[in-house]
Design a binder for this molecule. Structure first.
Ligand SMILES: NC(=O)C1=CN([C@@H]2O[C@H](COP(=O)(O)OP(=O)(O)OC[C@H]3O[C@@H](n4cnc5c(N)ncnc54)[C@H](OP(=O)(O)O)[C@@H]3O)[C@@H](O)[C@H]2O)C=CC1
Ligand SMILES: CC(=O)[C@@H](O)[C@H](O)COP(=O)(O)O
Ligand SMILES: [Mn+2]
Length: 379
Protein backbone atom coordinates (compact mmCIF):
# COMPACT_ATOMS: atom_id res chain seq x y z
CA UNK A 1 0.00 0.00 0.00
CA UNK A 2 1.33 3.41 -0.95
CA UNK A 3 0.44 5.99 1.70
CA UNK A 4 -0.59 9.40 0.40
CA UNK A 5 -1.66 12.78 1.77
CA UNK A 6 -3.61 15.28 -0.33
CA UNK A 7 -3.40 19.03 0.29
CA UNK A 8 -6.45 20.68 -1.28
CA UNK A 9 -8.51 17.49 -1.35
CA UNK A 10 -11.84 19.27 -2.00
CA UNK A 11 -10.64 21.09 -5.14
CA UNK A 12 -10.52 20.08 -8.78
CA UNK A 13 -7.15 18.29 -8.57
CA UNK A 14 -7.82 17.02 -5.05
CA UNK A 15 -11.10 15.31 -5.94
CA UNK A 16 -9.62 13.81 -9.12
CA UNK A 17 -6.67 12.51 -7.09
CA UNK A 18 -9.13 10.79 -4.78
CA UNK A 19 -10.95 9.35 -7.85
CA UNK A 20 -7.68 7.73 -8.90
CA UNK A 21 -7.03 6.51 -5.35
CA UNK A 22 -10.57 5.04 -5.17
CA UNK A 23 -10.10 3.24 -8.49
CA UNK A 24 -6.95 1.57 -7.12
CA UNK A 25 -8.03 1.29 -3.50
CA UNK A 26 -6.07 -1.94 -3.03
CA UNK A 27 -2.85 -0.06 -3.70
CA UNK A 28 -3.30 3.33 -2.04
CA UNK A 29 -4.07 4.45 1.48
CA UNK A 30 -4.95 8.04 2.38
CA UNK A 31 -3.06 9.27 5.45
CA UNK A 32 -4.00 12.93 5.44
CA UNK A 33 -6.44 15.35 3.80
CA UNK A 34 -6.39 19.15 3.93
CA UNK A 35 -9.09 21.52 2.70
CA UNK A 36 -10.12 25.14 3.14
CA UNK A 37 -13.83 25.66 3.77
CA UNK A 38 -15.76 22.85 2.08
CA UNK A 39 -16.30 20.82 5.23
CA UNK A 40 -19.29 18.89 3.84
CA UNK A 41 -17.19 17.38 1.06
CA UNK A 42 -14.21 16.91 3.35
CA UNK A 43 -16.35 14.94 5.79
CA UNK A 44 -17.57 12.69 2.96
CA UNK A 45 -13.94 12.11 2.00
CA UNK A 46 -13.00 11.40 5.62
CA UNK A 47 -15.74 8.77 5.90
CA UNK A 48 -14.65 7.14 2.65
CA UNK A 49 -10.84 7.23 3.01
CA UNK A 50 -10.41 7.27 6.82
CA UNK A 51 -7.29 9.48 7.01
CA UNK A 52 -5.36 9.78 10.28
CA UNK A 53 -5.11 13.56 10.03
CA UNK A 54 -7.27 16.24 8.44
CA UNK A 55 -7.00 20.00 8.35
CA UNK A 56 -9.39 22.84 7.53
CA UNK A 57 -8.86 26.56 6.98
CA UNK A 58 -9.87 27.89 10.42
CA UNK A 59 -10.23 26.98 14.07
CA UNK A 60 -14.02 27.50 13.89
CA UNK A 61 -14.36 24.95 11.07
CA UNK A 62 -12.09 22.53 12.92
CA UNK A 63 -14.35 22.79 16.01
CA UNK A 64 -17.43 22.18 13.83
CA UNK A 65 -16.15 18.96 12.29
CA UNK A 66 -14.39 17.49 15.34
CA UNK A 67 -17.53 15.76 16.57
CA UNK A 68 -18.30 14.36 13.10
CA UNK A 69 -15.02 12.69 12.16
CA UNK A 70 -14.60 9.01 13.04
CA UNK A 71 -12.47 7.99 16.00
CA UNK A 72 -8.82 7.81 14.97
CA UNK A 73 -8.93 10.94 12.81
CA UNK A 74 -7.22 14.00 14.29
CA UNK A 75 -8.40 17.47 13.21
CA UNK A 76 -6.06 20.44 12.66
CA UNK A 77 -6.51 23.87 11.12
CA UNK A 78 -4.82 26.83 9.46
CA UNK A 79 -1.26 27.07 8.15
CA UNK A 80 0.00 24.76 10.88
CA UNK A 81 -2.72 22.22 10.07
CA UNK A 82 -1.66 22.15 6.45
CA UNK A 83 1.92 21.52 7.55
CA UNK A 84 0.77 18.77 9.94
CA UNK A 85 -1.01 16.95 7.09
CA UNK A 86 1.94 17.54 4.74
CA UNK A 87 4.69 16.38 7.05
CA UNK A 88 3.22 14.76 10.16
CA UNK A 89 1.93 11.45 8.84
CA UNK A 90 3.43 8.21 7.52
CA UNK A 91 2.58 9.19 3.93
CA UNK A 92 5.42 8.60 1.51
CA UNK A 93 3.86 10.94 -1.05
CA UNK A 94 2.12 14.29 -0.74
CA UNK A 95 -0.05 15.69 -3.53
CA UNK A 96 0.15 19.49 -3.37
CA UNK A 97 -3.14 20.75 -4.79
CA UNK A 98 -3.99 23.86 -2.82
CA UNK A 99 -4.29 26.98 -4.91
CA UNK A 100 -1.67 29.71 -4.70
CA UNK A 101 1.56 30.51 -2.89
CA UNK A 102 -0.11 29.66 0.43
CA UNK A 103 1.06 26.13 -0.43
CA UNK A 104 4.74 27.02 -0.06
CA UNK A 105 5.33 26.33 3.69
CA UNK A 106 3.53 22.95 3.56
CA UNK A 107 5.40 21.90 0.42
CA UNK A 108 8.73 22.80 2.03
CA UNK A 109 7.70 20.92 5.19
CA UNK A 110 6.78 17.81 3.17
CA UNK A 111 10.13 17.90 1.35
CA UNK A 112 11.99 18.45 4.64
CA UNK A 113 10.20 15.31 5.94
CA UNK A 114 11.40 13.35 2.89
CA UNK A 115 8.01 12.92 1.17
CA UNK A 116 7.82 12.49 -2.60
CA UNK A 117 5.88 15.46 -4.01
CA UNK A 118 3.11 15.10 -6.59
CA UNK A 119 3.23 18.73 -7.63
CA UNK A 120 0.09 20.43 -8.92
CA UNK A 121 0.51 23.69 -6.98
CA UNK A 122 2.63 25.50 -9.60
CA UNK A 123 2.55 28.82 -7.71
CA UNK A 124 4.90 27.23 -5.14
CA UNK A 125 7.63 26.86 -7.76
CA UNK A 126 6.92 30.26 -9.27
CA UNK A 127 7.20 32.05 -5.95
CA UNK A 128 10.26 30.21 -4.59
CA UNK A 129 11.55 27.75 -7.19
CA UNK A 130 15.18 28.02 -6.11
CA UNK A 131 14.34 27.15 -2.49
CA UNK A 132 12.00 24.27 -3.33
CA UNK A 133 14.33 22.63 -5.86
CA UNK A 134 17.42 23.13 -3.67
CA UNK A 135 15.71 21.53 -0.67
CA UNK A 136 14.39 18.66 -2.80
CA UNK A 137 17.92 18.02 -4.15
CA UNK A 138 19.40 18.16 -0.63
CA UNK A 139 16.81 15.73 0.72
CA UNK A 140 16.85 13.46 -2.34
CA UNK A 141 13.14 14.06 -2.80
CA UNK A 142 11.42 13.64 -6.18
CA UNK A 143 9.18 16.42 -7.50
CA UNK A 144 6.78 14.56 -9.79
CA UNK A 145 4.81 16.94 -12.02
CA UNK A 146 1.02 16.75 -12.12
CA UNK A 147 0.44 19.84 -14.28
CA UNK A 148 -0.49 18.30 -17.66
CA UNK A 149 2.21 20.05 -19.71
CA UNK A 150 4.97 19.22 -17.23
CA UNK A 151 3.84 15.64 -16.91
CA UNK A 152 4.00 15.49 -20.72
CA UNK A 153 7.55 16.87 -20.83
CA UNK A 154 8.57 14.57 -17.97
CA UNK A 155 7.26 11.58 -19.93
CA UNK A 156 8.93 12.72 -23.18
CA UNK A 157 12.29 13.11 -21.44
CA UNK A 158 12.11 9.63 -19.95
CA UNK A 159 15.40 7.86 -20.73
CA UNK A 160 16.69 10.71 -22.93
CA UNK A 161 20.01 12.43 -22.42
CA UNK A 162 19.78 16.14 -21.57
CA UNK A 163 22.76 16.89 -23.81
CA UNK A 164 20.66 15.90 -26.84
CA UNK A 165 17.82 18.27 -25.97
CA UNK A 166 17.20 21.33 -28.18
CA UNK A 167 14.18 22.67 -26.30
CA UNK A 168 10.71 22.05 -24.96
CA UNK A 169 7.36 23.47 -26.06
CA UNK A 170 4.39 23.91 -23.75
CA UNK A 171 1.08 23.90 -25.58
CA UNK A 172 -1.58 26.48 -24.67
CA UNK A 173 -5.29 26.17 -25.41
CA UNK A 174 -5.65 29.97 -25.56
CA UNK A 175 -8.28 29.93 -22.81
CA UNK A 176 -11.87 31.18 -22.87
CA UNK A 177 -11.17 34.26 -25.00
CA UNK A 178 -8.69 32.93 -27.51
CA UNK A 179 -10.73 34.08 -30.51
CA UNK A 180 -11.56 37.55 -29.18
CA UNK A 181 -9.63 40.73 -29.94
CA UNK A 182 -8.25 42.89 -27.14
CA UNK A 183 -10.99 45.39 -27.90
CA UNK A 184 -13.59 42.67 -27.30
CA UNK A 185 -11.99 41.84 -23.93
CA UNK A 186 -13.01 45.17 -22.43
CA UNK A 187 -16.48 44.05 -21.38
CA UNK A 188 -16.20 40.28 -20.84
CA UNK A 189 -17.82 38.85 -17.70
CA UNK A 190 -16.64 36.50 -14.97
CA UNK A 191 -19.08 33.87 -16.28
CA UNK A 192 -17.58 34.10 -19.79
CA UNK A 193 -14.05 33.88 -18.42
CA UNK A 194 -14.90 30.75 -16.41
CA UNK A 195 -15.86 28.81 -19.55
CA UNK A 196 -12.61 27.05 -20.43
CA UNK A 197 -12.86 25.41 -23.86
CA UNK A 198 -11.25 22.08 -22.89
CA UNK A 199 -10.60 21.62 -19.18
CA UNK A 200 -12.82 21.67 -16.11
CA UNK A 201 -10.69 23.30 -13.39
CA UNK A 202 -10.81 25.55 -10.33
CA UNK A 203 -11.83 29.19 -10.86
CA UNK A 204 -8.42 30.78 -10.38
CA UNK A 205 -6.55 28.64 -12.90
CA UNK A 206 -9.40 29.02 -15.41
CA UNK A 207 -9.00 32.81 -15.28
CA UNK A 208 -5.20 32.35 -15.51
CA UNK A 209 -5.73 30.39 -18.73
CA UNK A 210 -7.78 33.23 -20.20
CA UNK A 211 -5.11 35.86 -19.38
CA UNK A 212 -2.31 33.48 -20.45
CA UNK A 213 -0.83 33.95 -16.97
CA UNK A 214 -1.26 30.20 -16.55
CA UNK A 215 1.18 29.56 -19.40
CA UNK A 216 3.53 32.16 -17.91
CA UNK A 217 3.43 30.38 -14.55
CA UNK A 218 4.03 27.10 -16.41
CA UNK A 219 7.08 28.46 -18.24
CA UNK A 220 8.60 29.38 -14.86
CA UNK A 221 7.49 26.03 -13.39
CA UNK A 222 9.23 24.24 -16.30
CA UNK A 223 12.41 26.26 -15.76
CA UNK A 224 12.65 24.96 -12.19
CA UNK A 225 11.38 21.43 -12.74
CA UNK A 226 13.61 20.64 -15.71
CA UNK A 227 16.52 23.00 -15.02
CA UNK A 228 16.24 24.65 -18.45
CA UNK A 229 17.09 28.23 -19.46
CA UNK A 230 14.11 30.31 -20.62
CA UNK A 231 15.53 30.40 -24.15
CA UNK A 232 14.84 26.66 -24.39
CA UNK A 233 11.22 26.91 -23.21
CA UNK A 234 8.67 27.75 -25.90
CA UNK A 235 4.89 28.12 -26.02
CA UNK A 236 2.62 27.17 -28.92
CA UNK A 237 -1.12 27.72 -29.26
CA UNK A 238 -2.91 24.42 -29.72
CA UNK A 239 -6.69 24.89 -29.35
CA UNK A 240 -7.59 21.20 -28.93
CA UNK A 241 -5.36 20.42 -25.87
CA UNK A 242 -4.65 16.94 -27.23
CA UNK A 243 -0.87 17.33 -27.47
CA UNK A 244 -0.06 18.21 -23.89
CA UNK A 245 3.48 19.37 -24.70
CA UNK A 246 6.54 18.18 -26.62
CA UNK A 247 10.31 17.97 -26.62
CA UNK A 248 12.67 18.68 -29.54
CA UNK A 249 16.07 17.07 -29.86
CA UNK A 250 19.27 18.19 -31.62
CA UNK A 251 18.64 15.75 -34.47
CA UNK A 252 15.29 17.55 -35.13
CA UNK A 253 13.21 14.67 -33.73
CA UNK A 254 10.17 15.68 -31.73
CA UNK A 255 8.60 13.53 -29.01
CA UNK A 256 5.14 14.57 -27.84
CA UNK A 257 2.69 13.24 -25.26
CA UNK A 258 -0.97 13.05 -26.32
CA UNK A 259 -4.23 12.24 -24.60
CA UNK A 260 -7.75 13.47 -23.96
CA UNK A 261 -7.85 16.50 -21.66
CA UNK A 262 -8.34 14.52 -18.43
CA UNK A 263 -6.22 15.40 -15.40
CA UNK A 264 -6.67 11.92 -13.93
CA UNK A 265 -4.01 10.70 -16.36
CA UNK A 266 -1.11 12.93 -15.21
CA UNK A 267 -2.31 12.62 -11.60
CA UNK A 268 -2.24 8.83 -11.83
CA UNK A 269 1.15 8.83 -13.56
CA UNK A 270 2.62 10.80 -10.64
CA UNK A 271 1.01 8.40 -8.15
CA UNK A 272 2.19 5.22 -9.89
CA UNK A 273 5.50 6.50 -11.35
CA UNK A 274 7.49 4.84 -12.88
CA UNK A 275 4.70 2.33 -13.57
CA UNK A 276 1.64 2.83 -15.79
CA UNK A 277 -1.67 1.40 -14.64
CA UNK A 278 -5.16 1.13 -16.16
CA UNK A 279 -6.73 4.58 -16.19
CA UNK A 280 -10.32 5.76 -15.60
CA UNK A 281 -9.79 8.08 -18.60
CA UNK A 282 -11.28 7.47 -22.05
CA UNK A 283 -8.93 6.20 -24.76
CA UNK A 284 -7.92 8.86 -27.29
CA UNK A 285 -9.00 8.14 -30.86
CA UNK A 286 -6.96 10.25 -33.28
CA UNK A 287 -9.24 9.12 -36.09
CA UNK A 288 -12.15 10.74 -34.26
CA UNK A 289 -10.14 13.89 -33.50
CA UNK A 290 -9.26 14.07 -37.21
CA UNK A 291 -7.33 17.33 -37.21
CA UNK A 292 -5.04 19.16 -34.80
CA UNK A 293 -4.33 22.89 -35.10
CA UNK A 294 -1.42 25.08 -34.06
CA UNK A 295 -0.78 28.82 -34.02
CA UNK A 296 2.26 30.91 -33.18
CA UNK A 297 1.90 32.59 -29.77
CA UNK A 298 0.98 36.28 -30.10
CA UNK A 299 2.73 38.18 -27.30
CA UNK A 300 0.90 41.42 -28.16
CA UNK A 301 -2.46 39.72 -27.70
CA UNK A 302 -1.30 37.99 -24.50
CA UNK A 303 1.08 40.48 -22.79
CA UNK A 304 1.05 38.57 -19.47
CA UNK A 305 3.06 35.79 -21.07
CA UNK A 306 5.76 38.29 -22.05
CA UNK A 307 5.75 39.65 -18.46
CA UNK A 308 6.20 36.12 -17.10
CA UNK A 309 9.20 35.46 -19.33
CA UNK A 310 10.70 38.83 -18.31
CA UNK A 311 10.23 38.05 -14.61
CA UNK A 312 11.57 34.53 -15.02
CA UNK A 313 14.71 35.79 -16.74
CA UNK A 314 15.16 38.49 -14.09
CA UNK A 315 14.87 35.84 -11.36
CA UNK A 316 14.94 36.64 -7.64
CA UNK A 317 11.70 38.01 -6.21
CA UNK A 318 10.38 39.15 -9.62
CA UNK A 319 8.43 35.91 -10.07
CA UNK A 320 7.20 36.10 -6.46
CA UNK A 321 5.78 39.56 -7.20
CA UNK A 322 4.32 38.45 -10.54
CA UNK A 323 2.51 35.57 -8.85
CA UNK A 324 1.26 37.52 -5.83
CA UNK A 325 -0.02 40.41 -7.98
CA UNK A 326 -1.86 37.95 -10.18
CA UNK A 327 -3.41 36.07 -7.23
CA UNK A 328 -4.82 39.31 -5.84
CA UNK A 329 -5.97 40.61 -9.22
CA UNK A 330 -7.75 37.36 -10.11
CA UNK A 331 -9.48 37.24 -6.72
CA UNK A 332 -10.66 40.83 -7.26
CA UNK A 333 -11.92 39.99 -10.76
CA UNK A 334 -13.80 36.97 -9.41
CA UNK A 335 -15.38 39.26 -6.78
CA UNK A 336 -16.34 41.57 -9.69
CA UNK A 337 -14.32 44.49 -8.28
CA UNK A 338 -12.25 44.97 -11.43
CA UNK A 339 -12.59 44.23 -15.13
CA UNK A 340 -10.82 41.42 -16.97
CA UNK A 341 -8.23 43.70 -18.57
CA UNK A 342 -7.45 45.28 -15.19
CA UNK A 343 -5.90 41.97 -14.13
CA UNK A 344 -2.94 42.52 -16.46
CA UNK A 345 -2.94 46.22 -15.67
CA UNK A 346 -2.49 45.50 -11.96
CA UNK A 347 0.28 42.96 -12.59
CA UNK A 348 2.12 45.42 -14.81
CA UNK A 349 1.82 48.31 -12.35
CA UNK A 350 2.91 46.16 -9.41
CA UNK A 351 5.97 45.00 -11.34
CA UNK A 352 6.84 48.63 -12.20
CA UNK A 353 7.11 49.31 -8.46
CA UNK A 354 8.95 46.08 -7.63
CA UNK A 355 12.50 46.22 -6.25
CA UNK A 356 14.10 42.93 -7.11
CA UNK A 357 16.09 40.85 -4.64
CA UNK A 358 18.20 38.15 -6.25
CA UNK A 359 18.66 34.80 -4.48
CA UNK A 360 16.09 35.71 -1.78
CA UNK A 361 15.80 33.75 1.45
CA UNK A 362 12.41 32.44 2.57
CA UNK A 363 11.77 35.46 4.81
CA UNK A 364 12.45 37.80 1.88
CA UNK A 365 10.08 35.84 -0.35
CA UNK A 366 7.39 36.00 2.32
CA UNK A 367 7.93 39.74 2.79
CA UNK A 368 7.79 40.35 -0.97
CA UNK A 369 4.62 38.26 -1.29
CA UNK A 370 2.94 40.22 1.53
CA UNK A 371 4.05 43.65 0.28
CA UNK A 372 2.97 42.87 -3.29
CA UNK A 373 -0.47 41.73 -2.15
CA UNK A 374 -0.94 44.98 -0.22
CA UNK A 375 0.03 47.03 -3.27
CA UNK A 376 -2.13 45.00 -5.65
CA UNK A 377 -5.12 45.28 -3.31
CA UNK A 378 -4.87 49.10 -3.32
CA UNK A 379 -4.46 49.65 -7.06
N1 LIG B 1 -7.52 22.05 -11.88
C1 LIG B 1 -6.65 21.63 -12.75
O1 LIG B 1 -7.00 20.89 -13.70
C2 LIG B 1 -5.21 21.97 -12.60
C3 LIG B 1 -4.74 22.64 -11.49
N2 LIG B 1 -3.41 22.90 -11.33
C4 LIG B 1 -2.94 23.57 -10.15
O2 LIG B 1 -3.36 22.86 -8.99
C5 LIG B 1 -3.63 23.74 -7.91
C6 LIG B 1 -5.08 23.51 -7.46
O3 LIG B 1 -5.94 23.89 -8.52
P1 LIG B 1 -7.49 23.51 -8.51
O4 LIG B 1 -7.64 22.12 -7.99
O5 LIG B 1 -8.00 23.87 -9.83
O6 LIG B 1 -8.03 24.56 -7.44
P2 LIG B 1 -9.41 24.54 -6.64
O7 LIG B 1 -9.75 25.96 -6.38
O8 LIG B 1 -10.39 23.68 -7.31
O9 LIG B 1 -9.01 23.83 -5.27
C7 LIG B 1 -8.19 24.46 -4.31
C8 LIG B 1 -8.10 23.60 -3.08
O10 LIG B 1 -7.32 24.29 -2.10
C9 LIG B 1 -8.07 24.30 -0.86
N3 LIG B 1 -7.69 25.46 -0.07
C10 LIG B 1 -7.93 26.75 -0.32
N4 LIG B 1 -7.47 27.50 0.69
C11 LIG B 1 -6.94 26.66 1.59
C12 LIG B 1 -6.32 26.82 2.86
N5 LIG B 1 -6.13 28.02 3.40
N6 LIG B 1 -5.89 25.71 3.51
C13 LIG B 1 -6.07 24.49 2.98
N7 LIG B 1 -6.65 24.28 1.79
C14 LIG B 1 -7.08 25.35 1.11
C15 LIG B 1 -9.52 24.34 -1.31
O11 LIG B 1 -10.36 23.98 -0.25
P3 LIG B 1 -11.92 24.41 -0.15
O12 LIG B 1 -12.49 24.28 -1.51
O13 LIG B 1 -12.44 23.41 0.82
O14 LIG B 1 -11.96 25.80 0.38
C16 LIG B 1 -9.46 23.32 -2.42
O15 LIG B 1 -9.43 22.03 -1.88
C17 LIG B 1 -3.37 25.15 -8.44
O16 LIG B 1 -2.08 25.52 -8.10
C18 LIG B 1 -3.50 24.98 -9.95
O17 LIG B 1 -2.74 25.92 -10.68
C19 LIG B 1 -2.49 22.50 -12.28
C20 LIG B 1 -2.91 21.87 -13.42
C21 LIG B 1 -4.29 21.57 -13.68
C1 LIG C 1 -4.94 21.00 -17.21
C2 LIG C 1 -3.79 21.88 -17.08
O1 LIG C 1 -2.67 21.45 -16.96
C3 LIG C 1 -4.02 23.33 -17.12
O2 LIG C 1 -2.92 24.04 -16.61
C4 LIG C 1 -4.23 23.62 -18.55
O3 LIG C 1 -2.99 23.59 -19.15
C5 LIG C 1 -4.91 24.88 -18.79
O4 LIG C 1 -4.97 25.10 -20.15
P1 LIG C 1 -4.36 26.35 -20.89
O5 LIG C 1 -3.61 27.19 -19.90
O6 LIG C 1 -3.50 25.78 -21.95
O7 LIG C 1 -5.59 27.02 -21.37
MN1 LIG D 1 -1.23 23.05 -17.18
Amino acid sequence: MKKISVLGSTGSIGTQTLDVVAKHSDHFQIEGLAAGTNTALLLDQVRQFKPRKVSVGSRELAEQIKTEVPEGTEVFYGDQGLIEVAAGTDAEMVVTAVMGSLGLPSTLAAIEAGKTIGLANKETLVTAGHLVTALAAKKGVKLLPIDSEHSAIFQCLNGESRKDLAGITLTASGGSFRDRTREELKHVTVEDALKHPNWSMGAKITIDSATMVNKGLEVIEAHWLFGLPYEQINVLLHPESIIHSFVEFKDTSIIAQLGNPDMRVPIQYALTYPERWESPSQRLSLAEVGRLNFREMDFERFPCLRLAYDCGKMGGTATTAFNAANEVAVARFLRREISFLQIEDIIERVLDQHHNISEPELAEIEACDKRTRETAAKL
